[in-house]
Structure formats: structure tokens, C-alpha cells
Write a protein that binds this ligand. Structure first.
Ligand SMILES: [Zn+2]
Length: 469
């Protein structure tokens, strides 16, 4: 009966995985210190294999033919820039014309007997979720990359960890579970989100079992800290937390509540976590054995020099199922010039996520991103981490209104507003209309339900077409 079935444990060779992609902690003694020429050789060899896989996939075959890109012409890593990029819009069109999966997969569901598969979907804060097919190899290596990040964040083998990601069609909850269990020997307690296990109960479980980390979103971590305080606990003394999840906007309050440093991470559903901050906290090192990152101009798509802000284009080097060959994420960042970091690693670094290219607003010829506005505004004294940016059109001109919550009394608002407006003008070179509002005022604007791993807060609304002021 079992003839023709290759079971998941038979589909992969763990020794081979560890040789090609060393897991933490070994990774941080070995490949982390690979010199640039070793990295380049690994990347090129793996890139050739990925190009050969991608050319057999209809989605790439068609696009490459149209762009007259021949993968046999890949002679150096720089040649990769000649392959066309694509983005979520192209994937959406692929799904619409070939439902339900699209034509961008290397495998079909019928292949599952010989190549065990998992199907997850992207969060899809806008538009239709995209299906992603994972082979057993992709799940193993993908979770290994996530485990490298967790280790850098402070998780140690044998730790107890609460997994508070919402389990759903998204792979967020599952990949953390697998990373912690398979690659770090952690005892995972799966609580899922607050809608599944109440926040009070999550805090009590974390306390009772001495959880060393709660893996979840930054804002939910902050909520759990508040709940712990409401229950009469001191989050720093009464919990055993030693590692914080990546949280960006909630970095300051959480670092001060727990007395820990946060380590930022970059990644997304299709490739998992692919870059992490090191103890120098100066940019995110890319896992260059697993992915290749390029930064391109938002308007022309051409590769940009180091240090210039543009869109992250990613090519995976490790997968065996779906290919991601020059995927333009529309996420904004810039590449650090090649250098050996304070931590000793020469792996290339990207800057922390700077926003989304598709929410860019052009103000008097200057490209402005709501996330960048928010980051500057909420760094001013007297503000909280919550802000909301609206684009409006007034007398045929595009304007941005940045509303920021303050926990001070209202008599302080004018001074805070002026300080924010000045800083925005100094740093962005354009005038932005600033409003300071009391705590809780932006709740309604920010609330947004997604089918992603957790509730995400919305930070931007475009009122230029339709609503007017
Ligand atoms: Zn470093």
C-alpha cells in the first residue's frame, strides 16, 4: 500500500541541511564569519541551481522570454540584475488566470506523495492572499533560518517559550513552533493569540512555567506586559523573559519594561526570516547563504548604489519548491557598504525596514513614506508609539497630515506639535501638517482586521481621491 510514498522524514537529509546551512549556535561560529569571496562563491553556485529550477516554471519562463533573459548568461552575481523583477501584482494576476494556485509554483498538489507539501497563505493586508507551497526541505531550512534569529534575540536551547502567534492559514504560528522545537530544543507552549487564550491566562502560564520568551507581535507583547502589571506583577522581576520579539515601533517601551535589547529581523512569508541585527545594533546582517538581496530604484527598478534608499528585491538560494527569483517586495531599505562589522561578521547589512514603497506620497517633488514620518514624529518627547498619517488633496496639492498620540496634558500639545513639525521639516525637507491628540484618539483609524498572524495596526489612509477636507 505504501508503494510510491516518500514520507516527510525520508524526503530530507538533515546532515546535508546542517552542512549547507549551519543552524544556531554553530552558525555564529562558522558561516557568520565567511569572508566575502566564500559568500560570493556559495551564492553563485546556489543561484545557478535556482535559475535552472525557475526556468521550468511557466510564470518565470514566460517573463524571462519577454525580457529576453537567458539564465545561461548568468556568469557572475552582477548578471542577476538582468533578470526581470516581479511583485505581488504579477502574482495576483497569475492566480486570477490560473486559479486557485497560479502558475508560479514548481510543484503541483498531485506531487505530494513523492514531495510532501504544506500550503500556507500570505497575510494579505490588501488583496487576495497568495498561496505558497512548501516542500519538507523548505520547511526545515526556513525554520532553521527563523531559529538563527531567535538565537540572536536571546533564546537558548532548552528554554521554555510561549508561542502566541495566531494559528491560521498563515505560516507564522507554525514556523515559530517548528524553529523552536526542531532547531533549538525549546519546550514550546502554544497559546496562540489573545482571542484563543486570554491575555491574563497567557501571563499566568508564562509565569508558572518560567517562559524565557513570548514569540508574538510587538504590540501584543506590550499588551501582555500591561496585563502582567494589572495582575500585580513586575514584568522584569516576576517573569523570566530574556528574549524579546522583533517589534520596531514598540522597541523603546518594551526594552525599558523588560530591561532587554531588541534584535530586529527582516523576512516575509515566502522566505521566512533572512536578516537579523547583531549585538552592534547597526543594520541587519543578511543570511547570505540562503538569500540574495538587491536594492533597486523605486521608479526605474535599476540597482542602486550602497546607502541609497530603495526597494528590497529578493532571490532565494535555498528552496526546492516555489522559486522567488528577483521578487520586488516593495519594502524600503538601503544596503550598507561592504565592511567588517563590530561583531566580526562581513555578511552584508541592510538598514532597518523604512516603510512600503507602495504607500509613497510625492510632496512637492519629495518622496515621503508614512512610516518614515511616523518614526520621526514618535521620536519626539511627549509622544507615544501611536500615529496615523492621512494623505489629502487641498487646492490641487497633495498634503500629509500626521496625527500623533500624547500621554501629556493638553496644554503641552502645542509645544509637542511644533517640535514634531520642525523635526519633520528638518529631516524630510517638506512641511507636514501635525496634530497632537490625546491617548486613544487614533484607535478607530488604526484598527484593521487581517487574516495574517495577528492584528496589525494600520498607519496610513489615502483620502486624495474621494474624501476631501
Ligand atoms: Zn554585526
Amino acid at each position: 500500500v505504501s508503494q510510491g510514498i516518500r514520507r516527510p522524514f525520508q524526503a530530507i537529509d538533515h546532515d546535508e541541511i546542517c552542512r549547507l546551512y549551519p543552524p544556531a549556535p554553530e552558525y555564529y561560529d562558522t558561516a557568520w564569519f565567511d569572508p566575502p569571496e566564500v559568500v560570493a562563491r556559495k551564492q553563485f553556485n546556489r543561484l545557478r541551481i535556482r535559475a535552472d529550477a525557475a526556468r521550468k516554471v511557466p510564470f518565470y519562463a514566460t517573463r524571462w522570454e519577454e525580457a529576453k533573459f537567458d539564465p545561461d548568461e548568468l556568469k557572475t552575481l552582477d548578471d542577476l540584475a538582468r533578470a526581470p523583477t516581479y511583485s505581488v501584482e504579477d502574482l495576483r494576476r497569475s492566480i486570477e488566470s490560473n486559479p486557485p494556485l497560479g502558475d508560479y509554483h514548481s510543484l503541483r498538489l498531485e506531487d505530494a506523495c513523492r514531495e510532501p507539501l504544506r500550503l500556507f497563505m500570505t497575510g494579505g493586508t490588501t488583496g487576495t492572499p497568495r498561496p505558497i507551497l512548501f516542500t519538507q526541505w523548505d520547511r526545515e531550512v526556513g525554520s532553521l533560518l527563523v531559529a538563527r534569529c531567535l538565537y540572536m534575540q536571546g533564546v537558548r536551547p532548552g528554554d521554555v517559550v510561549l508561542n502566541s502567534w495566531l494559528f491560521s492559514t498563515h505560516n507564522g504560528g507554525d514556523i515559530f513552533d517548528k524553529a523552536l522545537h526542531t532547531w533549538l530544543n525549546c519546550t514550546v507552549i502554544t497559546t496562540s493569540a489573545g482571542t484563543v487564550t486570554s491575555s491574563e491566562r497567557q501571563v499566568e502560564i508564562a509565569r508558572a512555567y518560567g517562559a524565557n520568551m513570548i514569540t508574538t507581535t510587538g504590540d501584543y507583547m506590550l499588551r501582555l506586559a500591561e496585563v502582567a502589571q494589572e495582575l500585580g506583577y513586575d514584568p522584569r522581576q516576576d517573569l523570566s523573559i530574556r528574549a524579546l520579539p522583533a517589534m520596531r515601533e514598540y522597541r523603546e517601551p518594551l526594552e525599558s519594561i523588560f530591561g532587554l535589547k531588541q534584535f530586529d529581523v527582516y523576512g516575509f512569508s515566502e522566505v521566512q526570516s533572512v536578516a537579523v541585527e547583531c549585538p552592534a545594533h547597526d543594520g541587519l546582517h543578511i543570511f547570505e547563504d540562503a538569500v540574495l538581496i538587491q536594492i533597486v530604484d523605486v521608479e526605474t527598478g535599476e540597482p542602486l548604489p550602497d546607502g541609497e534608499l530603495g526597494e528590497i528585491v529578493i532571490t532565494d538560494l535555498y528552496k526546492t519548491g516555489d522559486c522567488h527569483f528577483r521578487f520586488n517586495t516593495h519594502d524600503l531599505s538601503y544596503m550598507y557598504p561592504p565592511a567588517t562589522c563590530e561583531c566580526g561578521s562581513s555578511l552584508r547589512r541592510i538598514a532597518n525596514f523604512a516603510g512600503r514603497a507602495d504607500t509613497m506620497v510625492k510632496l512637492r517633488g519629495v518622496n515621503v513614506w508614512p512610516e518614515a514620518v511616523g518614526a520621526i514624529a514618535t521620536a519626539v518627547d511627549g509622544t507615544t508609539a501611536d500615529y496615523f498619517v492621512t494623505a489629502v488633496r487641498r487646492s490641487h496639492r497633495d498634503e500629509l497630515i500626521c496625527s500623533v498620540e500624547s500621554d501629556r496634558t493638553e496644554n503641552h500639545f502645542p509645544a509637542i506639535r511644533d517640535a514634531i513639525a520642525k523635526r519633520l521639516k528638518d529631516q524630510l525637507g517638506v512641511v507636514i501638517d501635525v496634530r497632537v491628540v490625546p491617548l486613544g484618539s487614533l484607535e478607530e483609524d488604526m484598527l484593521q482586521t487581517t487574516n495574517g498572524p495577528a492584528m496589525k495596526r494600520k498607519r496610513f489612509r489615502d483620502d486624495r481621491h474621494g474624501a476631501s477636507l
